[in-house]
Design a protein around this ligand. Structure first.
Ligand SMILES: Cc1cc2nc3c(=O)[nH]c(=O)nc-3n(C[C@H](O)[C@H](O)[C@H](O)COP(=O)(O)OP(=O)(O)OC[C@H]3O[C@@H](n4cnc5c(N)ncnc54)[C@H](O)[C@@H]3O)c2cc1C
Length: 374
């Protein structure tokens, strides 16, 4: 049997491990520097409240890709969950994403859909023809007032810079709905795994040909991988090459944890749009499992900041300077014929779980096809 090494036990690594193991032709070592599997989707029960906590921030599974949905459902039970986010601005609670309810409440109106559409169009800044920045794009779409309320402070806190310094591409489409649909996602399928994401990933890795080593830090190009037929690497691309062209820019988030009796905020996620409030949102995790009963609660304030070398990289900034550095690393990758780079960190992209799973399934399929000719 051929030996394969997989670096990282998140969804990327687990999908590869599962697909290769099922062929019966590979012996697979999965290593992760953390002391748990699951990567950033890791969930575990809080010992004090027994609430299932998403340790690296709230994760809602959503996809319109039927193949991915069927695949993920092989590994656990998904309970229906609709993400309905609220946003607090100047002491008022609004419905997100901006919809007819938000517009009517914000402007003190009772518009129907077409009146609201005309109204929003009249608010948009018609002098902006070719928006270059996030600020211009938002003002063109929704006008100064809604921009200031729901985009300015939140975005500034999230990215640590004035929205006029961010590219327009962050806000591609009109972020407004002219009906009362407050489902945060537009996808066909949406849910939360009954027993958490780590149980799903555990099931993917549960195979006699898969060996997992936790607390193992892979050293990138410095590591001797001579015994392996192939390596799948899901860690940061710049770390693999010991940062020799510099570090890629990321924003990171950190959480302040609180517990209380009963229900703290009555919803899973509430955004805080005011610039003066230092956190971006509060998540209360028992609301991600409405089918469970908990008399106590645990909730987290989420703060955003620049990533330092000891922080977990979360959101790739992908500024011009980063993209130039990325090109240098990518050209090195093309010289490595027995290492596949995949996942959010190795490709330096923000990817949802369903994208990750789709790409990992494709990557495994391509690898197996090529390997069958060797
Ligand atoms: C705050 C936040 C909220 C999110 N919410 C959602 C959501 O609601 N819905 C959704 O679909 N997606 C969401 N995502 C995206 C989701 O987290 C990613 O799609 C997913 O985690 C990517 O999986 P991965 O396996 O590529 O990477 P990771 O989960 O990051 O796994 C990589 C693993 O590699 C390990 N590793 C790295 N380097 C090394 C090394 N040198 N040696 C050993 N191990 C190493 C790491 O420890 C990690 O466990 C969210 C992301 C963030 C940041």
């Amino acid at each position: 049997m051929k030996k394969v090494l997989i670096v990282g036990a998140g969804f990327s690594g687990a999908v590869i491990a599962n697909t290769l193991a099922n062929t019966g032709n590979y012996l697979i070592d999965v290593v992760d520097e953390r002391n748990h599997i699951g990567g950033n989707c890791h969930t575990e029960r809080d010992p004090l409240t027994n609430v299932m906590v998403h340790k690296y921030g709230p994760h809602i599974f959503h996809t319109s890709n039927e193949k991915v949905w069927k695949y993920i459902n092989l590994f656990g039970v998904f309970k229906p969950f609709i993400n309905r986010v609220k946003s607090i601005y100047k002491g008022q609670v609004y419905s997100m994403p901006i919809n007819l309810h938000t517009i009517n409440q914000f402007y003190g109106k009772s518009f129907g859909p077409s009146e609201a559409k005309r109204w929003i169009e009249s608010q948009g800044d018609s002098t902006i023809n070719d928006p270059k920045t996030f600020e211009e794009q938002a003002k063109k779409f929704v006008g100064e007032k809604l921009y200031k309320a729901f985009f300015y402070g939140y975005t500034k806190k999230q990215w640590g810079t004035e929205p006029q310094n961010l590219p327009a591409s962050i806000l591609k489409r009109l972020p407004v709905r002219f009906n009362y649909d407050d489902n945060y996602y537009n996808d066909t399928y949406q849910g939360i795994p009954k027993d958490g994401y780590t149980a799903i990933i555990q099931k993917m890795l549960d195979h006699p040909n898969v060996k997992i080593s936790l607390g193992y830090r892979f050293l990138g190009e410095k590591e001797d991988v001579g015994e392996y037929h192939h390596v799948f690497y899901t860690g940061p691309i710049d770390a693999y090459f010991s940062f020799r062209y510099g570090r890629l820019g990321y924003r990171t988030v950190y959480f302040k944890e609180y517990r209380a009796d009963g229900d703290y905020q009555g919803n899973a996620v509430i955004n805080f749009a005011d610039e003066e409030i230092p956190y971006t949102r509060v998540h209360e995790h028992k609301h991600f499992t409405p089918w469970e009963n908990h008399s106590e609660t645990i909730y987290f304030e989420e703060y955003s900041k620049e990533t330092e070398s000891s922080d977990i990289p979360y959101y790739p900034k992908r500024l011009e300077i980063d993209m130039n550095i990325l090109k240098l690393y990518e050209s090195e990758v093309t010289n490595l014929n027995k290492v596949t780079f995949l996942g959010r960190l190795a490709t330096y992209r923000y990817l949802d779980m369903h994208h990750i799973i789709e790409e990992a399934l494709d990557s495994a399929e391509k690898f197996l096809e090529l390997d069958s000719h060797k």
